[in-house]
Write a protein that binds this ligand. Sequence first.
Ligand SMILES: Cc1cc2nc3c(=O)[nH]c(=O)nc-3n(C[C@H](O)[C@H](O)[C@H](O)COP(=O)(O)OP(=O)(O)OC[C@H]3O[C@@H](n4cnc5c(N)ncnc54)[C@H](O)[C@@H]3O)c2cc1C
Length: 314
Amino acid sequence: MTGMSLLRQPLLALSRSEQVKRAVSTLPVSAAVVRGYVPGETEDDAVAATAALVDDGLLVTLDFLGEDTVEAAQAEATTTTYLGLLEALAARGMARRAEVSLKLSAVGRALPDGGFDLALENAHRVAAAARAVGTTVTLDMEDHASVDDTLAILREVRKEFPETGAVLQSYLHRTESDARDLAYEGSRVRLCKGAYDEPSSVAFRERTEVDKSYVRCLRVLMASQAYPMIATHDPRLVRVAQSLASRHGRHQGTYEFQMLYGIRPTEQLRLAESGEAMRVYVPYGTDWYGYLTRRLAERPQNLSLFLTSLVSKK
Ligand SMILES: Cc1cc2nc3c(=O)[nH]c(=O)nc-3n(C[C@H](O)[C@H](O)[C@H](O)COP(=O)(O)OP(=O)(O)OC[C@H]3O[C@@H](n4cnc5c(N)ncnc54)[C@H](O)[C@@H]3O)c2cc1C
């Protein structure tokens, strides 16, 4: 068994317990373990974090936290929040350096009736608002059962907004084929390893297999006219991406690196200072529970810090 599956599965399972959720959700956003990954709960917090990153020469993609909405009103509120955020970025002159990331389950996809159409409509509205201020939206990828719908909505939104970003997860068996489908000119594709607990029927469970799949997908994207967005903190994959870029005669800026807020910040700066386009994913909002547990499951070393915060509630 590999390090990845050893603690990740029990942790992700534990996170679905309502008791654990109640205990963790009482943590203030200021608790060190939360603040390490989420700059704050409000739009002002998000905009301030963005300004600091942009000042440092980094690009940003902002995620208003929330997922698995089953209420139309909530989906509408989330969509409106995105529209407001885009305006706030434009007002601060940051829309060229900052885009947004959208989870379709936060804007209606999980609704039992008409979820697909509602999510499509809302994604379309966010894409239009992003275009209006000169930036873009990327559609985050969620659990494997949602991949077909997410890619179908992406195809629809791209008809009018071809700049809309896609996300592929290398842990899924299907992804190399999806990468080929998306490897066309101008196609913005974020490649990540994948953060959900997926069964072996659909996903590689061994770390080395996930990494090998990542490299295969990266080769496809780098060799094409697509715009690869290399979303990983893995130093080996960063090096592989750079060598593939030079092998294909790609200049810096014809692809970009992406990392999460709070993870390997020194490396983020180093890459930006070396001339690479480096984008930081900045999540904000009150609904940080799901996001936080995925981050902790990726790095069980964080667990002791996490448990200490739970006990001391600071
Ligand atoms: C910009 C961005 C967008 C993403 N969007 C999605 C998405 O839409 N859908 C999806 O399923 N997943 C998404 N992810 C998450 C991704 O799938 C992985 O779960 C996550 O990035 C960890 O994988 P890794 O490539 O960094 O490699 P890993 O092998 O997990 O980590 C490599 C190294 O990075 C550091 N590191 C990694 N995670 C942490 C952590 N939590 N805390 C501290 N250090 C850490 C450690 O040094 C570790 O050794 C995204 C990731 C990024 C960077």
